[in-house]
Design a protein around this ligand. Structure first.
Ligand SMILES: Cc1cc2nc3c(=O)[nH]c(=O)nc-3n(C[C@H](O)[C@H](O)[C@H](O)COP(=O)(O)OP(=O)(O)OC[C@H]3O[C@@H](n4cnc5c(N)ncnc54)[C@H](O)[C@@H]3O)c2cc1C
Length: 627
């Protein structure tokens, strides 16, 4: 650190490095659970490979009611409501909102972490350079989360990592190569196409690679519309960190060449007549490099056995999607999809370093073999692991302990908190609160409401677990004697068969993105006071949240929820209506934007004085536009 440059020091409980989907969600989860958190991210926008800079869509576990929930679902639902056209700038600002408006969380953007301070086998601080402010930031914390993808804190701290493919002899994994090597999956820049009403010509730069015919792109182009250019992949035979810039140079020449071929010579060029390039990525997405070694290294066999770990804190369910390391140079299929069960559980012991006592890892860098990573790396899986790690970090802060101590005696607390925050843990059922066990339930119409007590908040087992009833119907909780109620937890049906992805291309007839029809759109919550009066606690219009936690903070004799409308479905569906005597993290909504005029009125008048340069022609210049 150069002392001539400006520097700032921060003290927090938890420092998260890397603001991809994983790191962002880890930071929000830790802050919501009461920790003071710093998120350090080296790019101007959040989301990593899902951001506008890379534009990869978020995938997760395959199958009916397997969709990942928690903070990821909250983000994706808000995006559906705010961003019907699937505009990436809007998506970026949805993520910005979570990073910048979550109480307890501070986010440093354009800030690259590149140094740290150790005390024995514990990290005490990290240093990061913020490009835009020319400032060195030092962040002291009790706990660190490495969600940088590239595991930047590993080489800096000496934590053990793995790189490349393990041998079959070492791990016993049937899909592992016979000999271990340092090959990985490669990097990619994405093309995004858009359809127009007229024919569009395309001339590539002279330096683009030239693809003669389909044999140069075997099994790659698909239906011709380049729905998703994930296969535009190079670099798995190199070092995807140190050679990243060289790989990028090759990717640019390749990407222009691929589009030239598709547009001007390919089998589908007629279909693509009216299509043009909307964007060519400028930041390669990375798939694989350093993976931490934790107390447990997740393997292919773990996945295939369903991951029935006692310390399960997340799950996967994407196939083992093992790309050939030669990427686009390889004349065969770009990837092999080896089946994996959906879901399979992922243990907490794969989410922290075995060497550095206060270091969590989350994202594509978790403690897993290459074979297991080929499935766990998808972003919805990474996101729920981020939530698990953020929640665990806050638990460590509260209990004054380290990640290994959570493994030793606090796993059931962590699991209960994750489920409370709408994270599904396969094989686990949420326990009803004592208040609910004492309550009498009554619905004014629709199904019997006792289903709300069954502890299931999705239909993963094909059984019905939601109460449903017509618009206007109410569900009531009543007690024999008034009870002290701290908060009310509601879970709606956000259609967990729907992927809620951002688009990869833009066709003229594409349907706009929409909030799922099954979501409750408007509802009211009333409470009955001890003297029998019903008072309105909250009225919500335009709801886009699956999970609500509303403060009650009263002694009440009853609670009534009334559903007024959905986003399209006939019936309104509820998975949870739970009164609790103990606090839960409340659902936050950002403050409304201030009135501009008020803000300007607060500025010192001298800052707003008329410009006075002593020139007669002031304000009468010839320029007609600002610059
Ligand atoms: C082309 C491509 C196609 C893919 N296809 C899919 C798909 O269809 N669906 C899917 O879900 N997944 C897909 N994946 C996989 C997925 O994108 C990654 O595995 C996932 O993004 C990993 O998440 P992460 O949070 O660990 O890392 P990232 O998303 O890479 O986020 C890490 C962030 O940390 C930041 N960072 C790095 N170093 C530092 C530092 N020193 N200081 C501060 N910040 C730092 C980085 O800028 C980055 O934004 C694909 C990946 C690629 C490259």
């Amino acid at each position: 650190m150069n002392p001539q440059l400006h520097s700032e020091k921060h003290e927090v409980d938890v420092c998260v490095v890397g603001g991809g989907m994983t790191g962002l969600i880890a930071a929000v989860a830790a802050a919501r659970r009461g920790a003071k958190v710093m998120l350090i991210h080296d790019r101007p926008v959040l989301g990593g490979n899902a951001s506008s800079e890379v534009r990869m869509w978020i995938c997760g576990a395959h199958g009916h009611h397997r969709k990942e929930t928690g903070i990821l679902e909250e983000i994706q639902l808000l995006n559906l409501a705010r961003n019907p056209q699937g505009n990436y700038s809007v998506w970026d600002t949805v993520l910005f909102e979570f990073a910048k408006m979550t109480p307890g969380l501070t986010t440093l953007l354009n800030c690259s972490c590149n140094d740290l301070v150790m005390d024995g086998n514990r990290i005490t601080a990290v240093n990061a350079w913020q490009l835009t402010t020319q400032t060195w930031h030092t962040v002291e914390a009790g706990l660190f989360v490495d969600s940088s993808g590239d595991s930047i804190l590993a080489p800096l701290s000496g934590a053990e990592v793995r790189w490349g493919r393990e041998s079959r002899e070492e791990t016993g994994e049937p899909i592992a190569p016979l000999k271990a090597d340092l090959k990985t999956m490669g990097n990619t820049i994405l093309l995004q196409l858009e359809e127009t009403a007229e024919p569009q010509a395309f001339t590539p730069p002279e330096w683009a690679y030239y693809f003669d015919d389909e044999s140069n792109l075997p099994s790659r182009v698909g239906n011709g519309f380049g729905h998703n250019f994930w296969w535009l992949e190079i670099g798995g035979l190199q070092n995807t960190i140190q050679d990243s810039e060289k790989i990028y140079d090759e990717l640019v020449k390749t990407a222009w060449g691929v589009w030239d071929f598709m547009k001007n010579r390919g089998a589908h060029k007629e279909k693509l007549k009216n299509w043009r390039l909307r964007r060519l990525g400028s930041l390669p997405g990375k798939r694989e490099n350093r993976r931490y070694v934790g107390p447990h290294v997740l393997t292919q066999m773990d996945l295939e056995a369903g991951g029935e770990f006692g310390d399960v804190v997340g799950y996967g369910g994407w196939s083992m999607d093992d790309h050939h390391p030669a990427g686009l140079y390889y004349p065969g299929k770009a990837t092999i999809f080896h089946p994996a069960p959906s879901p399979y559980g992922i243990p907490f012991r794969s989410l922290y370093s075995k060497d550095i006592t206060n270091l969590f890892c989350a994202g594509r860098n978790i403690s897993a073999t290459h074979a297991a990573l080929s499935s766990t790396r998808v972003m919805a899986t990474c996101s729920i692991l981020g939530q698990a790690v953020g929640t665990a970090a806050a638990l460590c802060v509260e209990a004054g302990c380290l990640p290994a101590d959570v493994s030793e005696g606090k796993i059931s607390t962590l699991q209960a908190r994750l489920m409370e925050d709408d994270c599904w843990l396969p094989g686990h059922v949420r326990e009803s609160s004592p208040l609910m066990r004492a309550a009498r339930l009554r619905a004014s119409a629709g199904d019997a409401p006792e289903v709300l007590l069954d502890g299931h908040e999705r239909e993963a087992d094909e059984e019905v677990h939601a109460w449903s009833g017509p618009a206007g119907a109410s569900v009531e909780l009543r007690w024999d004697a008034p009870k002290e109620v701290e908060c009310l937890r509601l879970v709606f049906d956000s259609d967990l068969s729907d992927d809620k992805r951002m688009p990869c291309r833009y066709g003229l007839d594409d349907e706009p993105m929409r909030v799922p029809e099954s979501m409750v759109r408007a509802f009211t919550v009333e409470v009955q006071t001890a003297d029998g009066q019903w008072i309105e606690l909250r009225r919500v219009e335009g709801n886009v949240r699956r999970l609500w936690v509303l403060p009650v903070g009263k002694v009440v004799a009853g609670i009534r929820w009334t559903g007024h409308s959905s986003w399209g479905a006939n019936d309104l569906r509820l998975y949870s209506l739970e009164a609790s005597a103990t606090p839960m993290p409340l659902t936050q909504t950002p403050e409304s934007g201030r009135r501009w005029a008020e803000l300007v009125a607060e500025l010192p008048p001298e800052d707003l004085a008329e410009p006075d340069h002593g020139l007669e022609s002031e304000g009468k210049g010839t320029s007609r536009v600002g610059a």
